[in-house]
Write a protein that binds this ligand. Structure first.
Ligand code: SF4
Length: 434
């Protein structure tokens, strides 16, 4: 199983793997050792699509002669038949609506959304990945997907067109999966969805849905972290619930801050509103950590919009930020907008923002030197505090002797950009502090 894209895709891969193991398959170490090669693709933006195609072709070359190559995930759903036509190497393209290419080999179709090609439906498919079992994780942390799809209409985003409308899982199923993860040795659960903060909204329980869920899961495991928070949903109740988990980590999907451009993106808020929320959180929890993502070069983006984002990044002092070039997506609102921003200008703006943020991230890491932080050891020598989400933020290097899946208080002795180094308090006195 080769997984591309976001943490939600990683959970889907886990669930597909779970169903294959249940069908008698065994994991192979690599593609050239497998009878079945599955690529779970990403189709969010052009760059991700290119990476998906490159991966499919690479694995096609690496696989055994008679091995089957199956492509699933967002590209399969979004481009199904075209993909099958373009890539004869692929034996099966399995979208969310089941297999679209020959059924002879009896491959079990994987469904996430509604029937192929029709308006994504609200009704759960026969074989619903969301609630399927998954194999025991190998890391002391795991993503837990609480919903599928999204009801928002952000101008640049095609996800609702192929992942369908928001479909929240029953909280009992989520809690049951959390319990099995904890039984398998997980100490940190990362709640994910396309629009996590809207969890339960489609079930008619509104805000009440997410906060009690966070509290329930937090009562079962040492750490609960949330990813993909839409800013308008970040009310005091949610902030308090996140801080109650002991992991004051706020992943705010902001995308831009200039009011006219945010409106043009068909999104809520602006820089002033976001700064107010960040200040409110820091007053409540001075140690809170923040991550966000921004799109650069959205149609109509002016120099003034760019300056507003630069000023926001400077003022907000977020721990982690991702800056991405706007990617025109078929069928999205923004694809028909005027005001195209030249690529060279997008590159310049990206470089300026990334340069500024790298300095901010480095200075926030430097500020940790000499302090004691609590880490979860993910693997020998590698730990994370509440400030680092798995796989996307920096790490904390710790003594190799610390056992995976254990928590330790360590003293930070030095920092190099996003990475910091730490030792046990007993050794801090003798360790040179950079
Ligand atoms: S919240 Fe916006 S960006 Fe995120 S999945 Fe939904 S439509 Fe796309």
């Amino acid at each position: 199983m080769e997984t591309l894209g976001c943490p939600k895709n990683a959970v889907d891969s886990d669930k597909v793997t779970g169903s294959l193991l249940a069908d008698g398959y065994t994991p192979a170490a690599s593609a050239d050792d497998a009878d079945l090669v599955v690529v779970n693709t990403c189709a969010f933006v052009e760059e991700a699509r290119q990476e998906s195609i490159d991966t499919i072709l690479t694995l096609s070359d690496e696989r055994k002669t008679d091995a089957e190559l199956v492509v699933t995930g967002c590209m399969a759903e979004r481009y199904g038949a075209e993909l099958a036509a373009e890539l004869p190497e692929v034996d099966r393209v399995v979208g969310f609506g089941g297999p679209v290419v020959s059924e002879e080999t009896g491959w079990v179709p994987v469904t996430i959304g509604g029937a192929r090609g029709s308006e994504p439906t609200m009704s759960p498919p026969a074989l619903d990945l969301l609630n399927m079992p998954r194999p025991a994780p190998t890391a002391p942390w795991a993503y837990l997907k609480v919903a599928e799809g999204c009801d928002r209409k952000c101008g640049f985003c095609a996800i609702p067109s192929f992942r369908g409308p928001q479909r929240s899982r029953d909280s009992l199923d989520i809690v049951a999966e959390a319990a099995s993860l904890v039984d398998s040795g997980v100490h940190e659960i990362v709640l994910v969805a396309q629009d996590l903060a809207s969890y339960g909204r489609d079930q008619g329980v509104g805000e009440r849905g997410l906060v009690p869920l966070i509290d329930e899961v937090a009562a079962m495991v040492e750490r609960v972290r949330l990813l993909y928070l839409y800013p308008s949903e970040l009310n005091d109740g949610l902030i308090d619930a996140i801080c109650r988990t002991g992991v004051p980590y706020f992943d705010l999907s902001l995308q831009h801050v200039s009011r006219p451009l945010v409106r043009r993106m068909r999104r809520w808020g602006d820089g002033d509103k976001y700064v107010e929320r960040i200040h409110t959180i820091r007053e409540r929890e001075p140690d809170a950590a923040f991550r966000s993502n921004f799109i650069v070069g959205y149609p109509g983006e002016t120099e003034a919009d760019h300056d507003a984002l630069l000023a926001f990044v400077e003022e907000a002092q977020l721990d982690w930020c991702g800056f991405f070039a706007y990617s025109e997506e078929d069928g999205t609102y923004s694809a028909d907008l005027d005001g195209h921003v030249p690529e060279a200008l997008v590159r310049d703006r990206l470089a300026e923002l990334r340069g500024m943020q790298d300095d901010i991230t480095a200075s926030r890491r430097d500020a940790l030197i000499g302090s004691t932080v609590s880490v979860l050891v993910d693997e020998p020598g590698i730990g994370r505090s509440h400030r680092e989400a798995p796989e996307i933020d920096g790490i904390i290097t710790v003594p190799d002797s610390l056992e995976m899946g254990t928590f330790h208080d360590v003293v930070v002795t030095s920092a190099e950009g996003p990475e910091v180094h730490a030792v046990l308090p007993a050794h801090a006195a003798t360790e040179p502090v950079a």
